[in-house]
Ligand binder design. Sequence first.
Ligand code: OFO
Length: 183
Amino acid sequence: MKTNRLSAAITKALNAQMTNEAHNAQIYLSYASWASAEGYDGIANFLFRHENEERNHMMKILEYILKRGAKVEVTAIPHPGPDPTGVYDCFEKVFKSEVENTANIYRLVEMSMAEKDWATWNFMQWFVKEQTEEETLAIDLLDRIKIAGGAKATDSALYAFNRDLETKPDDAVLAQDVTVDKP
Ligand code: OFO
């Protein structure tokens, strides 16, 4: 008897979403490295934690595909793109990549609804909530940099922002408290 509980289309879309999560992880990894090299250790720490979260999201999807008896396809991860030109640009790009990922998640929700694959629909609801939290966090941080002058923020304002990210807990669940089972 066939034990695969996912359609070919949903399997393909979930595998593509694994790559999207890995791509977002690479973006955070790349920006964190950039921030660290620029001397913004608080910002780097924040971005490294989020890199880990995105990788956990990828693993969560991988485990779901396997659990449903379907095939995981691990592919190449697209390049994260150029370094940010500054702190404001960095967080604008973070926000943009989160919005793009939300659109990908919504497409999967739509697909699972159209197929009446309620298990996948239910599974995807966790990601809908997670994207809302991540977008909120990115908007909040962007607002704070905007108040400090945006792309023209002074060194002392950026110093304070960097210190803030070093010591303040995130609004979203902290990546260091997260495991593959409980992302
Ligand atoms: Fe995977 O949570 Fe954002 O992108």
